[in-house]
Write a protein that binds this ligand. Structure first.
Ligand SMILES: *[C@@H]1O[C@H](CO)[C@@H](O)[C@H](O)[C@H]1NC(C)=O
Ligand SMILES: *[C@@H]1O[C@H](CO)[C@@H](O)[C@H](O)[C@H]1NC(C)=O
Ligand SMILES: *[C@@H]1O[C@H](CO)[C@@H](O)[C@H](O)[C@H]1NC(C)=O
Length: 545
């Protein structure tokens, strides 16, 4: 994820090195030089060991325990070819300017983790900002280990970008003088903010170095979908087209250069499944078509649960792996119209408590495959035409089949999951959900500053908020008045995590939101929307001042 390191410290650290340090590392064995394009082809797809060695101040400080070697075996077994290991050195200095000496224990720890990943048979890409001491420590690693200089350097201007181009050169200089196999090792260089447009605009490769090099960029676009901002829960047709053209544009600017998307993600923690899986498919399929390797971001709460060894959304991973192998996936369809007043998603069969049970149709974009079978999660195969009938991608489930799970007066909740298999590509999962409108434990209170407001909720279906609208009693939006130009499911809506959230027992208005109400001094009504996003599936909460 976007995380900043101190560019200036990096420049100082590396710039000082050639005069103070000599190539000391001598390696035994054979390096087996490979080209950057061979490296990039071999690492696809990869997985990021996020929020781990890059945690501040130390490994284990954020949401992940220290790395277990077996995690790399799990990642390899899942089908990934490489791991990117972001490392933060900022809190591990034992010396200050000019030596910037890094704690030898930390260097050893990084080296041990890289060893574990190599031993698991994975290719490795790791940061070597504060170049020389680290590149000496890692100097004898095999050619499957590549280095990158710096993570997402914040760049706004052409002048700053010119400095960053120099940083790429200083990084290569540090590798050259550090010995070992470092001057032959593949590196990925970086452009402004690791952003595809700024990289296209300003990146220039340093001259005079032998290292085979690729270009790395990160991709978290469209921002509002990825970060659940302003009520956004779908990918629109325009979004999908923009993703494809973004990837085509940077490829068009660097036709002969191996490219790596070192981070990208749509996390199961906050994105809607049909749109998320489409996102995985379109990014990876387009990247693969453009000879661009992908390394999915995983902060430890996104995809792989390192403790239970389970993938939180196995379909996303299956889609990613198939797309990287050039296989077309069949995908659930969803509302792609940004101006719609309600949204559908074919990863769910929803039934509202109180309604008669009727036949229901979902729609799958087959993308050249044929439907093979539908099974319940415990492996029982559904039979056609009694349980369902399929016409191309339209699958109609009979009311008699759905009556196994739904009834007029039954309790809400997730009743079952179906797995749909196709002639090729990932399986599609469909959750069968009976729902009702959730009930809040209270509907108003007086704002009290400096704490999140946790409002108890009785969940009744999917235990999740989809979006929150925030409108003051004088009809002004609490935040971001410009959102009135967006569709009805986004106008006036706030942003997940920063402004609202939920947990197992309640919905949450963050302290920032509560404080905003206090600051404007106007009572504000919050409309919590749930899934499905259909009229009426919302509740109001009023914060008075
Ligand atoms: C280079 O990238 C820019 C910015 O994304 C884009 O406008 C332009 O079309 C690209 N050039 C080529 C030749 O693809
Ligand atoms: C699938 O359903 C859509 C809309 O519900 C309809 O327009 C389309 O004709 C259907 N296709 C088939 C093959 O039945
Ligand atoms: C929530 O409040 C808005 C106006 O602030 C109103 O239009 C809407 O009907 C209310 N919804 C419910 C479920 O009470």
């Amino acid at each position: 994820m976007p995380k900043l390191v101190n560019t200036l410290a990096f420049v100082h650290a590396v710039a000082l090195l050639p005069s103070t340090v000599h190539a000391t590392v001598k390696c035994t064995g054979n390096f087996g030089r490979i080209s950057a394009s061979e490296y990039v082809a071999a690492i696809n797809p990869g997985w990021n060991l996020g929020n781990t060695l890059d945690s501040i101040p130390d490994e284990g400080s954020w949401n992940n325990a220290p790395v277990q070697a077996e995690t790399f075996a799990d990642i390899k077994a899942a089908g990934f070819k490489s791991v990117r290991i972001p490392v933060t050195y900022a809190d591990h200095y034992v010396g200050s300017s000019p030596s910037w000496e890094i704690d030898p224990k930390w260097l050893q720890r990084v080296s041990d983790v890289v060893d574990s990943a190599v031993d698991a048979g994975l290719y490795v890409l790791t940061n070597v900002h504060h170049g020389l001491q680290i590149s000496e420590t890692l100097g004898c690693q095999p050619s499957s280990v590549a280095f990158e200089p710096i993570n997402e350097p914040p760049i706004e201007t052409a002048e700053q970008a010119a400095e960053l181009n120099k940083v790429n050169g200083l990084f290569l200089e540090a590798l050259k003088v550090s010995g070992g196999f470092n001057s032959e090792r593949v590196v990925t260089l970086v452009g402004g903010s690791s952003d595809s447009i700024k990289t296209s605009q300003w990146f220039e490769a340093p001259k005079g170095y032998d290292n085979p090099w690729a270009l790395q960029y990160h991709y978290y676009s469209p921002y509002d979908f990825i970060f659940s901002a302003w009520g956004k829960t779908i990918l629109s047709d325009a979004d999908i087209a923009a993703i494809e053209s973004d990837l085509e544009n940077i490829r068009g600017n660097f036709t002969g250069v191996p490219l790596v998307i070192g981070e990208f993600d749509a996390s199961p923690s906050n994105t809607e499944p049909a749109s998320r899986r489409k996102y995985m498919d379109v990014v990876v399929q387009k990247a693969t078509e453009l000879d661009t390797a992908v390394i999915v971001w995983d902060n430890g709460l996104d995809h792989f649960n390192r403790n239970t060894k389970q993938w939180r959304d196995p379909q996303s991973v299956e889609i990613l792996l198939n797309a990287a192998a050039g296989v077309r996936n069949s995908l659930a369809t969803f509302t792609t119209d940004a101006s719609a007043t309600e949204q559908s998603s074919s990863t769910y069969i929803f039934h509202k408590v109180g309604d008669e049970v009727t036949d229901q149709t979902i729609s799958i974009a087959l993308n050249g495959n044929t439907l093979e079978s539908i099974t319940t999660k415990d492996g029982t195969e559904l039979s056609a035409p009694i349980d369902y009938h399929a016409s191309d991608g339209n699958i109609t489930f009979s009311s008699s089949f759905l009556s196994n799970y739904f009834s007029v007066s039954g309790s809400p909740g997730i009743k079952a999951s179906l797995m749909i298999s196709f002639s090729a590509g990932a399986t599609a999962s469909v959750n069968i959900v009976q729902w009702d409108i959730p009930v809040l434990g209270s509907t108003s209170s007086t704002a009290v500053s400096s704490a999140d407001l946790h409002i108890p909720v009785a969940w009744t279906g999917l235990n999740q908020v989809s979006a929150v609208k925030m409108v003051r009693s004088d009809s002004v939006y609490l935040f971001d008045d410009w959102t009135r130009y967006l569709g009805p499911l986004q106008a006036g809506y706030g942003t997940w995590n920063g402004q609202w959230n939920w947990d197992d027992s309640g919905v949450i208005l963050t302290a920032a939101t509560v404080n905003a109400v206090i600051a404007v001094g106007v009572p504000t009504t919050f409309t919590f929307d749930f899934f499905p996003r259909v009229p009426g599936n919302s509740v109001n909460y009023t914060l008075n001042v």
